[in-house]
Write a protein that binds this ligand. Structure first.
Ligand SMILES: *[C@@H]1O[C@H](CO)[C@@H](O)[C@H](O)[C@H]1NC(C)=O
Ligand SMILES: *[C@@H]1O[C@H](CO)[C@@H](O)[C@H](O)[C@H]1NC(C)=O
Length: 539
């Protein structure tokens, strides 16, 4: 009788241990982020219909840069110019997905993915950027890809513009020339016509902040223009007007029969005020958030116009500089109503967090104006935060939860899809990427807190990236992939890293049900209990 009671108690204990797993706070970065209220691991599952995806972009994976009638893009031009890319790497071949897309799909099937975010190469479809010459092999390529995805049970999420502008349009001024709006609209309409019957999610632009600032202020990305002050604001203005055109074309002519959703993907760090007791610092962090995310988010998700703080600051500085009008262009009333509320969802690319404080003695009018100095914000990353393969990326898991909350509050609780999140490494051939598993665990746990505790409306998550690929100016020196690729080989076999198995498990479990989370203590404890139970059962 006694042994039966003990057996029963132990049996109960096993279950008790199961449900209370989250009472043992598991810190993914215990030496830095160990505040149990803020950083403890959050167990649980994501909503029923949660979308798990992974992402790539055309220039980063396709290769075949001049095959089958494709026109050159600004990234072909930029990467072919010596000095722009580490080690002189280019995307001429990259992952060779133009020929090996079936391998990509096989990798996705192994992960158990039901969604895949990729981008269309505009110059593969329209070599000169304009609708008067359509490159049929380009259309065929994307039809084959989309059909093969659907055969594998994977739904496409398609980005129209992930930075590879046709060079022919750059030659006419690119995003600086507002004639591009009509060309982009034609291109978008063609894509909806050709592919839209099988596409559930359209993303008009990926990270317009990168095109404007890295492409036109820092010159660290194609087209490599360094014209701070006015050009980035004009570029952003034309991108926003192009976005609105594509949204309305879809809404008016395609939505009712194709029944998809259309939105835009914005990137931002979370800007954490460096001193929460100083109102000036808190205001600076908010200003930084508005200058990065609000620049695009405010017009699209609020009222068709830029954030007040941008309008006010840039107008004031422009006056000080002796200009008769603001360097920040203005939308007409018609444009504002055309642009407001032009997205069915908020696409968020989030990787990291920065501290921010205000610059108290802003540079005077003698310093050339720029987006960077217009903010009067100094931002930086703590040296205590963990590192990655990229200098701009330090894991700060709690930042993503705060950023999601910022979006919810600022934009009236939109549906959010995380369209990119991930971490880079430089030990390129190491398949045992615990750093990536830690990053995904920690970030996903914070996303789940945002959903469960803060009621942020996050409906999907996309890991960047399916596989190692051409990491822009870093070439192949920084890797974000769940799969490793040897870029010197001709086969370019997609080899799963440990993080691929981890992500597959998260997808299969739809999150972190308490019993599935690996914990040395818990697992060991359970095994011992099980052994004791068996021994007692035998007795
Ligand atoms: C907790 O994190 C802080 C830094 O945030 C660090 O100084 C401290 O040593 C950590 N504590 C433990 C037990 O690792
Ligand atoms: C594209 O533009 C180039 C330069 O303007 C021209 O030589 C070429 O014929 C054009 N190609 C097509 C297919 O329109």
């Amino acid at each position: 009788m006694t042994f039966l009671i003990i057996y029963y108690m132990l049996f109960c204990l096993m279950f008790f241990e199961d449900i209370s797993a989250d009472e043992y706070p598991k810190f993914i970065y215990p030496d830095v982020f160990n505040d149990s209220k803020r950083d403890a691991f959050h167990y649980g599952t994501f909503p029923e219909d949660f979308i798990w995806s992974t992402a790539t972009a055309s220039y980063q994976i396709e290769g075949a840069w001049n095959e089958d009638g494709k026109g050159p893009s600004i990234w072909d031009t930029y990467s072919h110019e010596p000095g722009n890319i580490d080690n002189g790497y280019t995307g001429d071949v990259a992952c060779d997905s133009y020929h090996k897309y079936q391998d990509d799909i096989d990798s996705m099937k192994a992960l158990g993915l039901k969604y895949y975010r990729f981008s269309l190469s505009w110059p593969r479809i329209l070599p000169n950027g304009t609708i008067d010459h359509i490159n049929q092999p380009g259309i065929d390529y994307y039809n084959n890809l989309i059909n093969a995805l659907r055969d594998a049970g994977i739904s496409p999420m398609v980005t129209l513009y992930h930075w590879d502008l046709p060079q022919a349009l750059q030659d006419q001024g690119g995003w600086k020339n507002d004639e591009i709006i009509g060309h982009y609209k034609d291109y978008a309409r063609l894509c909806f016509e050709e592919f839209g019957d099988r596409v559930g999610f359209w993303i008009t632009f990926n990270e317009p902040w990168v095109t404007t600032i890295l492409g036109h202020e820092f010159a660290s990305m194609a087209p490599g223009i360094r014209e701070p002050g006015t050009t980035p604001y004009i570029v952003a203005h034309n991108i926003l007007r192009s976005h609105a055109e594509a949204y309305h074309v879809y809404d008016y002519s395609f939505r009712s029969k194709q029944k998809g959703k259309i939105g835009i993907t914005l990137n931002s760090d979370y800007y954490q005020a460096a001193d929460m007791n100083d109102p000036d610092t808190i205001e600076a962090a908010e200003r930084a958030q508005q200058f990065v995310m609000g620049w695009f988010g405010h017009p699209v998700y609020k009222n068709g116009d830029y954030p007040e703080v941008m309008k006010e600051t840039i107008a004031r500085k422009s006056t000080q500089e002796g200009l008769s009008e603001s360097r920040l262009p203005e939308f007409t009333e018609n444009e504002k109503s055309f642009l407001a509320k032009t997205a069915d969802f908020f696409g968020l690319n989030c990787y990291t967090t920065s501290y921010a404080r205000s610059i108290r003695n802003p540079a005077g009018p003698l310093i050339p104006p720029s987006w960077s100095t217009d903010q009067d914000v100094f931002s930086w990353k703590s040296q205590n935060w963990p590192t990655s393969g990229s200098d701009w990326l330090r894991p700060v898991p709690w930042g993503v939860r705060r950023l999601l909350n910022w979006i919810k509050n600022e934009y009236d609780d939109p549906v959010i899809y995380i369209t990119e999140n991930g971490i880079s490494t430089i030990d390129t051939a190491n398949l045992h990427d615990q750093i990536r598993i830690d990053y995904y665990s920690a970030y996903l746990s914070e996303v789940l807190k945002a959903i469960d505790i803060d009621e942020v409306n996050v409906k999907g998550y996309t890991a960047w990236s399916l596989m190692d690929n051409f990491e822009w100016s870093r070439g192949y020196t920084e890797r974000f992939g769940l799969h490793y690729i040897d870029f010197d080989s001709t086969e370019k076999t997609r080899i799963p890293k440990d993080s691929a198995a981890f992500y597959a498990q998260v997808i299969a479990d739809n999150g972190f049900p308490a019993s599935s989370v690996q914990s040395g203590f818990n697992a060991g404890f359970r095994t011992i209990l099980l052994a004791i139970c068996i021994v007692f059962a035998i007795i």
